[in-house]
Ligand binder design. Sequence first.
Ligand code: PLP
Length: 371
Amino acid sequence: MLLLIPGPVTTRPEVRAALTHDFAPWDNDFRPLYLGIRTRLLRIAGGRPDEHVTLALQGCGHFVTEAAVRSFLPPGGKLLIPTTGAYSDRMIRLATEAGRQVIQLPIPQTAPTEPQVVAAALAADPTISHVGLVYSETGSGVIHDVVTVGAAVRAAGRRLIVDAVSAFGALPFDLSAQPEVDVVVFTSNKCLECVPGFGFAVARIDRLLACAGHAGSWSFDLADVYAHSLRTGGGSFRFTPPAQVLNAFNVALDLFDAEGGQPARLARYTENMRVLYDGAIGLGLVPYLPREAQGPVVVNIHAPSDPAWNLQAFVDALKARGVLISNFYNTPRPSFRVGCIGAITPADMARAVASMGEALRELGIQRREAA
Ligand SMILES: *Cc1c(COP(=O)(O)O)cnc(C)c1O
């Protein structure tokens, strides 16, 4: 089955095979595995070993994003969030429920965040300490430029929290060039092509130390994760981790390196996206984004206007052909979404497009322009 949902993604057999090893997470065989992964992720993030540290949290992307917001903003602290789409909405909700003040910055969801708009919002309210930016907005498929928005945040003397959950490993990122970034968060199961189980944060050490005590949660306190790693030598977790996943993740990082790292992954995903985008147009469908705003991670396609259109029936017809896509809409106008990330190739994407054509015929969808 091709998982194009996107995340968890299709994984390679070598990654799944590595899940068969059991580990005791405090054992001397396990500690170097975790320490090695922390170093490898620091390198991918462009972190400096004396300035940045990799921390892992059990669970999903929302957990580590909430941990980042709680750990770097004090209770009642103020966070500006550009409303990029479904995932900025999630950051808004989790920050609000964590008792932080969220200032929403309304932006068009079909174009990248403009740095001058962020600069103006920060100038208007000096009590905003942080900006929370979704790097790759999985809701729309738009990539938001962390470098130019980061420069605006830095110029205003504020701090940046980056949700890179669907970006990290595929889109370039260099912490050493972005001192305004407190933390970047991501997971094991998107562009790094492992199974779910971990959220990761690469964070500034000075800021972790300065923000100790902010979280108001033991589970979601990155400063406490860091303090624990200092106490224990860094190879252990505070609470039981999915230890088998960490072994599989290490294999996934081997495959990442063997492929040629982030530039190679970006090139493959970009080609996947192109085959899908052009293929959808070839079927008479209408992509949600104009080509210039289309990122390489996820392509949304307008639901066809044909009265016979039914998303679940389409998903079922595709699934019968070995292709699984999301069965919900994530955009203001209904569009079905197809992931371009994971252990899949442009040839897989061409097969997915052919299956879409067959599924549309099976359902009798003649009118394919946007509903
Ligand atoms: C997948 C994703 C998340 C986190 O999702 P989880 O289901 O909690 O793992 C957060 N942000 C973005 C941009 C994502 O794509």
